[in-house]
Design a protein around this ligand. Structure first.
Ligand SMILES: NC(=O)c1ccc[n+]([C@@H]2O[C@H](COP(=O)([O-])OP(=O)(O)OC[C@H]3O[C@@H](n4cnc5c(N)ncnc54)[C@H](O)[C@@H]3O)[C@@H](O)[C@H]2O)c1
Length: 314
């Protein structure tokens, strides 16, 4: 099988590339390296089953060439930062929606059937039902979430235009090695710079699910291999929630620190568009035989241990 992975030099994308190569796929990665790092793929140097294209999914001609000849497109490239879209309101539209449209057009043109898409729990906004099922009708709270929901809607419509099949995974917080963004990386940076005080955005009680990246990849592939509707949409998370205060406890312990003063910026949210509670119903994907192997605490701890090592050796 031949797979194109957009955003394959990023955090989750590079782990997916590892798994696809191990499973015998021929993999092409396209990434503009805006956030990704070629270092994330360096252990595959010399592997003739991996082709890397430095390119941008906003460029229709580039993505058309990359899509051609593949059996499946795993589409992870995105502007994935709710906070930067607060200052650049076009970023989600251009990278996420226009980028996805370019991929769908190329798939139709070249007869590539399968699109597997990295969506997000952010599209549920502040859901009034917990755990939130895939069928929940959301109200948008961020441009990022809105753009991902629009991508899903476009892909769904494209399944009517031709022979396209679509899988979307609404991830909660994915963590693990190579994750250089988000609360774990930020807390390690702050505590490395000042081991006596930790600034926590919001009130420290935002309640979210932290899924380990290997479980996320396994979930994506389980759904892709076992769900065969034209449109297949899944939540992908763990079952237990943790707060920034819980994350801080684990990191402070792993760094061997004591007497750390916590300073809260206040309010229920860390920033505009931060949904204070994310709790997804994952029964649909579990019914296909998948379940997370790592608890939220194990996922946070593994990521923290890696981030501490990474930041102290750099
Ligand atoms: N990490 C999470 O917790 C999480 C949660 C929900 C959804 N997601 C989604 O999963 C996917 C992967 O996220 P990640 O955490 O690995 O982020 P990431 O930033 O590490 O990966 C995204 C990759 O896409 C590349 N990219 C961005 N814009 C591009 C463009 N226009 N053309 C080509 N490449 C481009 C970046 O260089 C990067 O390598 C994203 O679609 C994101 O929205 C992630």
């Amino acid at each position: 099988m031949k797979a194109l992975v957009t955003g394959g030099a990023g955090f989750i994308g590079s782990h997916l590339v590892d798994k696809l190569l191990a499973d015998g796929f021929h993999v092409t990665v396209i990434d503009n390296l805006s956030e990704g790092r070629i270092d994330n793929l360096k252990h595959h140097q010399g592997n003739s089953n991996l082709t890397y294209i430095r390119g941008d999914i906003r460029d229709a001609a580039t993505i058309s060439d990359a899509v051609k000849g593949n059996d499946v497109v795993f589409h992870l490239a995105a502007h994935a930062n709710i906070r930067t879209s607060l200052v650049n309101h076009r970023a989600d539209l251009e990278h996420n929606l226009v980028g996805t449209l370019n991929i769908l057009e190329a798939m139709l043109h070249h007869g590539v059937r399968d699109l597997v898409f990295a969506s997000t729990s952010a599209l549920y906004g502040e859901a009034s039902i917990e755990p939130t099922p895939e069928s929940y009708a959301p109200v948008q709270t961020s441009l990022y979430g809105a753009s991902k929901l629009a991508c899903e809607a476009y892909a769904e419509a494209y399944t009517q235009l031709g022979d396209v099949r679509f899988w979307a995974y609404r991830f909660s917080n994915v963590v693990g090695e190579r994750c250089r963004r988000g609360v774990i990386w930020d807390f390690v940076t702050k505590l490395r710079d000042n081991p006596k005080e930790l600034e926590i955005l919001g009130d420290g009680n935002q309640s979210k699910e932290y899924i380990y990246v290997a479980d996320c990849i396994e979930g994506i592939l389980t759904g892709y291999r076992n769900a065969a509707d034209r449109v297949n949409i899944f939540n992908l998370a763990v079952e237990e929630n943790r707060t920034p205060n819980d994350v801080a406890d684990i990191i402070i312990r792993e760094m061997g620190l004591t007497d750390v003063k916590r300073r809260y910026t206040g309010g229920r949210r860390g920033w505009i568009g931060d949904n204070p509670i994310v709790h997804l119903d994952i029964s649909k994907l579990k019914s296909l035989g998948w379940k997370p192997k790592f608890s939220a605490d194990e996922a946070i701890k593994r990521t923290a241990v890696w981030a501490i090592k990474e930041q102290t050796s750099s």
